[in-house]
Design a protein around this ligand. Structure first.
Ligand SMILES: O=C(CO)COP(=O)(O)O
Length: 135
């Protein structure tokens, strides 16, 4: 499975803690991230991650493009709901595309835990059906 990891600045410590805690699951998958988030996670966990641009410089859009190509299976995006972001339209677009393509999207740690545990139990298999439908 291809998993995108993204966090706004005030949530970066949280995503680092989360990826340390779930490293044994995450390391079985192909990981992508926006620039700064990816660097923080790689430094803390040693996980291999393909990094895109930083969010404000187009990283959300790059991940959105993967979703539009049906080439992303899960998005874990620790959003900061209390701080205005200069690239809010890009963030909305990423979340919208996740819904268009029915890609599981977690925007907080609680949901992210459920998604990764579900992934481990094989509950995210419907993505394989989505894959067939879109071809
Ligand atoms: O801004 C972001 C998501 O909208 C995240 O970008 P960075 O990981 O580069 O901080």
């Amino acid at each position: 499975m291809k998993i995108a990891l993204i966090a706004h600045d005030k949530k970066k410590d949280s995503i680092v803690e989360f990826t340390i805690a779930y490293k044994t699951i995450l390391e079985k998958h192909t990981l992508y991230a926006t620039g700064t988030t990816g660097q923080r996670i790689m430094d803390a966990t040693g996980l291999e991650i393909t990094r895109f641009r930083s969010g404000p410089l187009g990283g959300d859009q790059q991940i959105g493009a993967m979703i539009a190509n049906n080439d992303m299976d899960m998005v874990i995006f620790f959003r900061d709901p209390l701080t205005a972001q200069p690239h809010e339209p890009d963030i909305s677009a990423l979340m919208r595309l996740s819904d268009v393509y029915q890609v599981p999207l977690a925007t907080n740690m609680g949901t992210a835990e459920v998604l990764l545990k579900g992934l481990e139990k094989g509950l995210i298999d419907f993505r394989l059906l989505a894959d067939r439908r879109l071809k």
